[in-house]
Design a protein around this ligand. Sequence first.
Ligand code: ZN
Ligand code: ZN
Length: 192
Amino acid sequence: MKPVGVVPFGEVDAIVLKTVAAHILGYLQIATEVAPPMEFPGYAYDNKRFQYDAGAILKAFESVSFHDFTKIIGILDADLFVPILTYVFGEARQGGKCALISLHRLKRNLDGSEASPPVLFERVAKVALHELGHLYNLIHCENERCLMHFSGGIRDLDKAPPYFCRYCSVYLRDALSPAKNDDDKTHDGGNG
Ligand SMILES: [Zn+2]
Ligand SMILES: [Zn+2]
């Protein structure tokens, strides 16, 4: 099977990329490679919201053919939004090939202080596994002790366990062999 790709948009700490790759390999036993950086998506900046349009970036991202990767996760340090939500941590199309993760809000704690590196790494790893779950067709899970459950803000994300429930794990194992395709978009994080 082709590896999962992790690609930075613009400048992203190498250790963040390696952490995501290590978690995907360690947790799902899928080979994961860090790909060369893509250009920072300045075109997606919204002058009214002072944020970046996640849908526009995802659309451009999906138009690139990444023949060497089975799925690809783009990571960027920009505050992402979708029209119906204040912000998103991640954005992926259900059963799609590409997912996006924004580090912007993961870097801050609720009190506004800067997250320590271990806290940031855990958050980004959780969002990456969650988005990858969507790429492998998982939907949000009702079980609070499941990585596919979270949908709110940092508090929810920090409370979420770093693993999938039994049901989602079984589904994921199953989906990992033949990739299926679907067309629903899924947003994560934010309150609309
Ligand atoms: Zn679950
Ligand atoms: Zn989700």
